[in-house]
Design a protein around this ligand. Sequence first.
Ligand code: FAD
Length: 568
Amino acid sequence: MPVAETILADLARIVGAQQVLSAPEDLIPYSFDGTAALRQTPGCVVLAKTAGQITEILKLANETRTAVVARGSGTGLSGGSLPSPDCIVLCTVMMDRILELDRANLTLLVEPGVTTLQVAEAASAAGLFYPPDPGSMKISTIGGNVAENSGGLRGLKYGVTRNYVMGMEVVLPTGEFLWTGNKCVKDVAGYSLKDLFVGSEGTLGIITKVLLRLIPKPQAKKTMLATFAQMDRAAEAVSAIIAAQIIPCTLEFLDRMTIHCVEDYARIGLPLDCEALLLMETDGHPVVVAEEAARMERICRDQGCLEVRVAKDEAEAAKLANARRTAFSALARVAPTTILEDATVPRSELAKMIRSVETVARKYKLRIGTFGHMGDGNLHPTFLTDERNQDEMHRVEEAFKEIFDEAIRLGGTITGEHGIGLAKKAFLPKFAGDAQMRVMRELRRALDPRGILNPGKMLGKGSSSTTHRCDRTRIKRNTPLSGNMYWAPITTNSSGSAFSISSGSNTPPVPGTGPASVRDTESSTLAAVPVTRLAIFPPGWPRGVRSLPSTRRNASSATSISKCVCAV
Ligand SMILES: Cc1cc2nc3c(=O)[nH]c(=O)nc-3n(C[C@H](O)[C@H](O)[C@H](O)COP(=O)(O)OP(=O)(O)OC[C@H]3O[C@@H](n4cnc5c(N)ncnc54)[C@H](O)[C@@H]3O)c2cc1C
């Protein structure tokens, strides 16, 4: 059921009619996020431009008890920004101003729609450093990062998003403004509410400003790559590095399948004759960097590594880091449905966890590529599957359960950085226990008594994970496309810095006919495109090669658009 006409009219009055989307083809890009096999068409989408508008929207939603789902770039991997039925998707990407760089206090004040990369670049331009660097940083928003408490490749040494949030402005579900935190390095006045909102996944309030901590840039950096004939040995090397009290800034891992997929995708020149690869980066004072690099190399050799390659210069270092950054995109190309998990264990238990993932893959006859932030104990077993194959999806479900059970048994957690959202909410009660669940539910009720924000997510009851099936967008399988719709695969270049529509030529197929493989394209399209708001072109766009309007600015730097549905 669509959002009531009266509500649509009120929304248009608040933000302007241009900023409210309700046509079916406009809603498709907002009907899924980066999580495989989850989709739900929203009632409408509102592209807010100011915090004042958000206040008005939430007051209206609260009065009419309309669900509101906050959304940044839609790259989330736990279904956090997946719409609930008939909800208002409140998208904050157009609130993308950098408001203040305070050199005296080393802080940066930004709106929630600023991308992580823009934050990093603004810091760097001032000679400073913003360390959190999720693999999606070219497109993910800082609002999404804060709401998910995102990690990144440098989390081992520098921590995660939470460690850089000094304060924020939030609009509560009632429409009331709340500012929490400040520029003080120390502040113990009352509960730390900012910490409550970090990682709240859009369930407690809408973040409208974020005050970030910046730090001095490290003076030097060394990037190295070590290869191993056995996965176990790589895991042991990581444990040995940590046990030797070396905290490199990056300690990332790729298994054989991921290495081959990355090389096939990005042509980096990775060694292919190994079972596992470690990407190691140390930064800081040049003397310390040189010493740490030498010690890590020694440890890897002691663990029987095949080869250690040290990047000669910045360009080679960036190339090696790119191998890790493209891992998800590279794996996403080889199967119609890519389900990425982030079970996390204490670092001493890494080798056991990796062995367990291998055993599970064999037991359920599944293809799993594993990579991840090994230094953090944060693995990303990635299932390469096909959601149309129900038997296989069932096996995927069972495999998940075993992987999560093993992570918990080893003293780990069911998510290290991607959040609970919809995908993992069934696992949370077992992990968190009754008392934590009760406190979290009471907190949520206190802030959102009518339960309008992101209902059904994180603490909500009901189905979870990949078995959750929502409506399959307005376009059904096997339906000849009609009117102004057509399907077309989209390809990106290896660095993700450019993309093109590859329908054989630059001229799209005649509307209504579509390529012969419409049916095949559908599931892989919807599963593989994390940058959902970019995945559709609005009616009225000229055909042929497209350039992007500013509201879809991030498309040109999308990391992993692989296929896409288009409307002309
Ligand atoms: C290729 C790829 C690589 C990735 N690599 C990493 C990684 O290394 N580390 C990592 O942690 N994650 C990673 N992710 C996951 C994802 O990018 C992060 O969770 C990111 O923070 C989501 O940002 P977003 O802007 O896309 O948010 P969305 O997906 O749009 O939203 C995420 C959550 O935040 C909420 N939200 C969004 N904006 C607001 C707001 N203004 N106020 C309140 N709530 C809000 C939403 O309701 C939702 O619950 C990766 C994803 C992809 C596709």
